[in-house]
Write a new protein. Structure first.
Length: 114
């Protein structure tokens, strides 16, 4: 995955807007149920409309989540790299040598097991 050199802000307002849209779809479906209780509307037609509302909601969520997922992945990688760079300045150079020795020991153990 190619990441941006800069974060790609999303913000709480985006998630709130998506939640608001989902709430509106749920309210629309509930409105259809209310109409059905009157008993003189064509039930089958209104039930199909509820499915269309639910389908539109799902399609919008899928489309938005694809984009949000990509942006959030980019942001996670960007900020992970920033943290790694910050931590690197406090690393003890001897730690690298210790890790190399540990790696060599692990390789020797694996060779012996074969």
């Amino acid at each position: 995955m190619k990441t941006s050199r800069k974060p790609m802000p999303v913000g709480a307002a985006v998630y709130q807007a998506l939640a608001d849209l989902n709430r509106a779809c749920e309210q629309a479906a509930a409105g259809v149920d209310t109409l059905l209780r009157f008993g003189f509307f064509r039930e089958a037609q209104l039930e199909i409309l509820k499915f269309r509302i639910a389908g539109a909601s799902a399609e919008i969520n899928r489309e938005c989540m694809e984009t949000l997922d990509s942006r959030e992945d980019n942001n996670a990688i960007y900020f992970d790299r920033r943290v790694e760079a910050w931590e690197k300045q406090f690393q003890d150079p001897a730690d690298v040598l210790l890790k190399a020795e540990e790696y060599k020991r692990e390789l020797r153990k694996k060779r012996r097991k074969k």
